[in-house]
Every structure is written in structure tokens, then in C-alpha cells.
Design a protein around this ligand. Structure first.
Ligand code: ADP
Ligand code: MG
Length: 705
């Protein structure tokens, strides 16, 4: 699209003077208010510029009551006809109002006694709210309202009213006023703009200041749907800005890291050979290629910063283990960190088994390791224990490594950017930085990977170990649950093992645990001849490990589980996977779960149970999964099909930390983002940094600190 480098420059000084000034300078803010704002990531004036409304209220017109439709937000001007406190299931204040066209009720569940008397019959009131269908005609619950004087002219707003995200300890209205104040400090367009007008025209995007004003103070004729969906050019302009800011900051972080010194790790390869000799398999060509790349990286005095991507089951763990052995042989410590305790436990077990003959005993550290065990673990780490395995407990301050040479972070997509950089910084002392290997199991389309991991080099293990039989995937309606239960019974009678995964809508360990327990009870009653086990996030680690080892040892036939088994769990004899309410999960997550089977030689299958009727997207999703087992293909499909946050998972997309941009919705901007960010950095790193700082939220500035 835009081939030429941006020519305009930004007046960094002006930005400094206006945007960087603290919110406190706007005046009239208490300490509590400032803290509340900070919690929202709002520290300086520029943060307010980019603190965009969640939605808009149209108070530019009055709607006659007779024209109200359910679901429609509207402003009504009417007279009070009656007001009373009624008892239904709970006490509520009901006010009946009417205009020339009809009457309607207002309902308040929380109200003060004074409100009752204020709604005196005959009084004029202006209210705004969402109309709903009530028992008798339309009603509004908790509308915003204000009384009008008898002769007062109703002045409708000239603009849409922005509604800002709610914070704790500060009202939405207050935030709106602050944003207004901040917008008055917006520099002149020429001072803020760094794209040339030619570029803007080519991209079909407005200048920055225009975009900001449009979003905060949209004129009545603006297309609200476009604004809400993010397809409005003003919103896209800001998304571009934010994506570029993030890209620049990650690239600059990388540049800085490149200036640090890492230990040169050039082992003879003795330990790795010992492990390889004792493995029951040979590495695939892809594993070898990636391992070779890692060896080259580790032998350099610049820190390695590499992401290894690969589909579920491609064998990343062994590659990491071999790389870690290299670091150990070269006299350094290696640490492996996993996002969930269950996965960390699995790694610990695998590594303990592999490395026992090599007399390497991994230190184990997770949040639940406490008391003496923790003290001992910390001591061993400080004394230079060769290998440490754990969860993000490894990141806590108490953990001091003696000479950390290599950090491996597994299933990186589950950690936020913060945690990733946090762990990295942990190893950095003065100009020293350990090598870092990041692994992700959710294949991520290239453009996305480049955006999220712009500070990393990327390698792909694009081959599965031989002998894996394909997984037959079927989607079945809940109505056929009995057949599925029967199928589990038969498979287990033949000596196979199965998983049955329950899903819940709410992401909470407690709710998940309850669902798992209920499912466990049901299935136990139905499958009396089978040995059942259960794992979920609320169990004590010892209890969960016990279940996992019994399942792995074949002492259990069926494992009822929550999505905790999504990543890393590896029991090759398990060949049947049932996923309850599969329509609730995103494609990437389903693909991960399915990847728990098909790890052994026998034919495996996966049953996606769904609750009819299936929506169109859910149908397409389950279809994609049935048709393909290629994680990269599935990721691409996810990208086109998904609802918000799906590909990276809602948790993760939040952690990616964008306030405006959406990596999926704005995916088409990504190639351009890369080009422009690189050009800006090439022209002047300082200038690029100035641009990045302006539009990174407070919580993303870490990289530039
Ligand atoms: P992932 O890449 O999803 O983390 P794992 O590292 O858990 O995959 O490997 C999946 C399974 O494949 C493990 O049981 C592992 O021991 C096995 N495996 C790894 N590499 C090979 C190989 N080259 N040949 C056969 N099996 C392998
Ligand atoms: Mg893995």
C-alpha cells in the first residue's frame, strides 16, 4: 500500500508538554480519584485522549413514548402521572409517566425515599434509557433522568453522548469530563500527525486529531454501528496507531536486548546425546532443524530470543529438554516455566524420568510449594541447581538463580506480554541476560505471530512424529449422549482410555470444578463397570497428580476433566475424547483438547457434543475441526470465523493489552504496521519511540521504561 517512508515528524516537545503531563494537573482530583484512574491505566493526559468510549447514547432527539421499541435506547420527555413503591419479589419504585402519545413506567430497584416524593404527579421529567417490553406496555429500568422546570425548553444534545468504561471509585460522568478537559489540550493536527496526507488518503484514514475528536465527540450523523464494530475509519486510525506503538516498542525492546550479553553456550553435546540415545524414538527432521537453530543461537554472546511454534503433539518438549541440557553441560542453569500447575507437573515428571539416568534432579517450584519445601527449593536454585521446573512462581522476587543461562517458557500464549517480559527481565543483571526460548502450542497465523512476538525470532516445527494415526472427529447433538456413553463403555472394554471434558461458560475454577463433579457423578452412575477419575483446577496438587498418574498408568479408564487438560497432558493410550458443549469453546481450544488423543498408535476419535440448535458460526467451527487436524489451518479459520477474543482466548487477548486495536478485526492492518514501524525505527529510533509512547496505555509502557 504505502511504499514511501513517512516524512512528517512529530513535535516531541509539544507532546511532552501536553500529553505527558499528569492527569493531576487537570485539577480538582482527589487522591482516591487519581488511584481509581490509575487502575484504569490512566496516568497522563494522553491516556485520556485514547481512553475511548465503550458506546454512545443518542440524546440528540426526543422520542414519543408510542414510538419506543424494546431494546431501543431513547430519550423521552414526559409528565409524571403516578409514583408508588410496590412489593414484587423485591421492593421497587414504579413511576408512570406519559406524553401526548402514550404512557410508560420507570422502574427503580435501588432508590431513596426522597426519590418517591420527587416524582410528584404533573412534574416534567426528561429521561434516557433502554426501552423494554414490560407487563403493560414499555418500561425503562433505572433510566437516567432529570426534572424539568415548567417552562424549561428541552435542549437536546448536539452530539452523541460517549459512555466511557466504568472504573471502580470514579463515575463514568467524571471520566467523561476529564476526557473533555484533556481533549482541549490536544496539539494542533500538524504536531501530532506523522503520516503524510498522501498516506492518509491511500489508507482511507483520517488524521489522528480528527479521529480522536470523532470518537470522543461523534456528530449525530455518525454511523453508530460502524463505531461499535470498529470498522469506522476513526477507530481504525487509532487501532493503527496503537498497533504501531506496540510494534515499535517490542522492536525497540529487542534492539535493547541485542545490546546485552548472554553466556556463550557451546557444549560438546555429551548430555544431549545421552538423552537422545535413551529415547524410544528418533527426532523428526523438523525437530532436528529447530534444535540446530537453537544451538546456533545459544553459542552466540547475544541473548537468544526465539519462539518455537508447532502444532499440538509435534514434540516441542524434547527439543526444549535437549536445548536445556546444552546449557547445563556448558555450566549454566536452565529453567522451564509452564502456565498451569498441571502442565508444569507433567513437565516435571517427564523431565525427571528422562534425566534421572543423567543424574539431574529438577527442582520443583509452584505457588503451592510452601514452608520447608519452598525454602529448600529456593536454596537449591540459589546454589546453582541445574534445572528448575515450575509455574510463574519462578518469577517471584524470592527466586534467585546463581547463573541462569536459559529460560524456556512453554505454552507462551497463555502468559501475557507482561509476564513474558517480566520473566526475561528477571534474569537480566546489568548487561547480562539469559537466553530465552518461548514455545507456543496454539499455532498462530503468521501476521498475528509477528505482531505479538515482534521481539522474537520464530521457528516452526512443521512435522508430526511418524506413526500418528489421524483422529476421527464427529459432532453429535446432546440428544445422542446415550450413544456416546455406550461408545465410551465399549472403547474402555477394549482396553482404551478416554477423556470426557466438561465446559462452562463462566471462566472460574469453582464453577468448573462443580460442573466436573456433577458430570463425574452422572457418568459414575451410568458407567458402573468403569474406573473413573477426575481432574480440575480446584484440587490439591497432590490429588490431581495422583489422578493423572493413575490415568497414565492405565489404572483408570475414563478421566472426567475440565479444560485444565487443554495443554500438555500426554497419555498415549488415551484414544477417545468427548467434549461436552463443544459449541462453547473456540477453535483453538477445541483443537488443543482434541490433541490429547491421537498420541499413540491406535486409531483415535473425538466426539464434539453440542447442544442444538447450533448457530451458524458454531456450526462452521465444528465443521472446520471435523475437516482438518492442521492447527495452522484451524487457526486461519478461527481468524475468519471467530467472535471476539476467540483465537487467542478471551483471557489472552485481554493480556495482549490492546485498548483499541483488535488483532483479529484489524488483522488486515498488520502487514502495514510492520512496514511502517520498521521505517520509523530506521529513520530515527528516538522519533519512533516518541510515537510509541504517545499511544501506549500506561500498562504497555513497561517495555520502554
Ligand atoms: P507438544 O509439542 O504438543 O508439546 P510433546 O512435546 O508433548 O508435544 O510431545 C508429544 C508426544 O510425542 C510425547 O509423548 C513425546 O514423547 C512424543 N514425541 C516427541 N518427539 C517424538 C518423535 N520424534 N517421535 C516420536 N514421538 C515423539
Ligand atoms: Mg507441550
Amino acid at each position: 500500500m504505502t511504499g514511501t517512508a513517512p516524512k512528517r515528524t512529530v513535535d516531541a516537545a509539544d507532546w511532552q508538554a501536553r500529553g505527558r503531563q499528569s492527569i493531576a494537573s487537570l485539577g480538582g482530583l482527589s487522591k482516591t480519584a487519581l488511584t481509581a484512574l490509575e487502575k484504569l491505566g490512566l496516568q497522563c493526559v494522553a491516556d485520556l485522549w485514547t481512553h475511548l468510549p465503550l458506546r454512545y447514547e443518542d440524546r440528540t432527539a426526543l422520542t414519543p413514548i408510542a414510538e419506543l421499541r424494546p431494546g431501543m435506547p431513547a430519550q423521552v420527555c414526559a409528565r409524571v402521572q403516578a409514583a408508588e413503591v410496590v412489593m414484587r419479589r423485591t421492593r421497587m419504585l414504579v413511576v408512570v409517566i406519559g406524553d401526548d402519545s402514550a404512557s410508560m413506567s420507570l422502574r427503580f430497584f435501588r432508590f431513596r425515599q426522597a426519590q418517591l416524593s420527587a416524582f410528584a404527579p404533573g412534574r416534567r421529567v426528561l429521561c434516557f434509557g433502554e426501552a423494554r417490553a414490560g407487563n403493560v406496555g414499555v418500561e425503562m429500568t433505572h433510566p437516567k433522568y432529570r426534572f424539568l422546570g415548567e417552562d424549561e425548553q428541552v435542549a437536546v444534545d448536539a452530539r452523541l453522548t460517549p459512555v466511557y468504561p466504568r472504573g471502580e471509585g470514579i463515575s463514568v460522568e467524571r471520566i467523561g469530563k476529564l476526557v473533555d478537559q484533556a481533549l482541549k489540550l490536544l496539539p494542533a493536527e500538524a504536531d501530532l500527525e506523522w503520516l503524510s496526507s498522501k498516506q492518509l488518503t491511500e489508507l482511507g484514514l483520517p488524521p489522528l486529531t480528527t479521529a480522536l475528536r470523532q470518537l470522543h465527540q461523534p456528530p449525530p450523523e455518525v454511523d453508530l454501528v460502524e463505531l461499535a464494530e470498529g470498522s469506522h475509519p476513526a477507530r481504525r486510525r487509532l487501532a493503527l496507531e496503537e498497533l504501531i506503538a506496540q510494534r515499535i516498542s517490542l522492536r525497540l525492546v529487542r534492539k535493547r536486548m541485542d545490546g546485552l550479553r548472554a553466556p556463550v553456550l557451546r557444549p560438546a553435546g555429551q548430555l544431549a546425546r545421552q538423552l537422545a540415545d535413551q529415547l524410544p524414538f528418533a527426532l523428526t527432521a523438523a525437530q532436528q532443524r529447530v534444535l540446530e537453530q537453537l544451538r546456533k543461537d545459544l553459542a552466540r554472546s547475544q541473548p537468544m530470543l526465539r519462539l518455537v511454534q508447532g502444532d499440538v503433539g509435534c514434540g516441542k518438549t524434547v527439543v526444549a529438554a535437549l536445548a536445556m541440557l546444552g546449557a547445563i553441560e556448558a555450566g549454566h542453569q536452565a529453567a522451564l516455566m509452564a502456565p498451569t500447575e498441571l502442565l508444569a507437573e507433567q513437565h516435571r515428571k517427564t523431565l525427571a524420568k528422562w534425566l534421572e539416568p543423567l543424574q539431574i534432579d529438577p527442582v520443583w517450584l509452584a505457588a503451592k510449594v510452601t514452608g520447608k519445601a519452598r525454602t529448600r527449593a529456593l536454596e537449591r536454585i540459589a546454589e546453582g541447581a541445574e534445572l528448575v521446573v515450575g509455574t510463574h512462581a519462578l518469577m517471584t522476587d524470592a527466586v534467585r538463580f546463581k547463573r541462569l543461562g536459559l529460560v524456556v517458557i512453554d505454552e507462551q500464549h497463555r502468559f501475557g506480554v507482561h509476564q513474558r517480559l517480566g520473566l526475561r527481565n528477571k534474569g537480566v543483571q546489568q548487561s547480562y541476560c539469559p537466553h530465552q526460548l518461548v514455545m507456543t502450542a496454539t499455532p498462530i497465523p503468521r501476521t498475528l505471530a509477528m505482531s505479538m512476538y515482534a521481539d522474537l525470532d520464530v521457528s516452526v516445527i512443521d512435522e508430526l512424529p511418524p506413526g500418528r494415526s489421524p483422529i476421527v472427529t464427529v459432532a453429535a447433538s446432546q440428544n445422542r449422549r446415550d450413544e456416546v456413553v455406550e461408545r465410551v463403555r465399549q472403547a474402555c472394554a477394549l482396553g482404551r482410555q478416554a477423556y470426557w471434558v466438561c465446559t462452562v461458560i463462566e471462566q472460574s475454577d469453582t464453577v468448573e470444578a462443580q460442573a466436573a463433579e456433577a458430570l463425574y457423578a452422572d457418568l459414575s452412575a451410568e458407567l458402573t463397570d468403569l474406573r473413573l477419575g477426575m481432574v480440575h483446577g480446584r484440587q490439591k496438587s497432590a490429588e490431581r497428580q495422583q489422578m493423572m498418574s493413575e490415568f497414565a498408568a492405565g489404572e483408570l479408564d475414563l478421566l472426567v476433566a475440565t479444560t485444565v487438560i487443554e495443554v500438555g497432558v500426554d497419555v498415549p493410550n488415551a484414544s477417545l475424547m468427548v467434549i461436552d458443549n463443544a459449541e462453547r469453546l473456540g477453535l483453538a481450544q477445541l483443537h488443543q483438547l482434541r490433541g490429547r488423543v491421537g498420541r499413540g498408535a491406535q486409531a483415535s476419535s473425538c466426539v464434539l457434543l453440542y447442544k442444538p440448535p447450533l448457530g451458524e458460526i458454531a456450526r462452521a467451527r465444528l465443521g472446520a475441526l471435523r475437516d482438518s487436524q492442521d492447527g495452522f489451518y484451524i487457526a486461519e479459520q478461527d481468524l475468519t470465523l471467530r467472535g471476539p477474543g476467540e483465537l487467542l482466548g478471551s483471557r489472552q487477548s485481554g493480556e495482549v493489552g490492546f485498548r483499541i486495536a483488535d488483532l483479529v478485526r484489524d488483522a488486515d492492518l498488520l502487514p502495514l504496521v510492520g512496514t511502517l514501524a520498521d521505517q520509523l525505527i530506521e529513520q530515527s529510533a528516538e522519533q519512533a519511540e516518541a510515537i510509541a509512547r504517545r499511544f501506549l496505555g500506561a500498562n504497555l509502557r513497561y517495555g520502554l521504561a
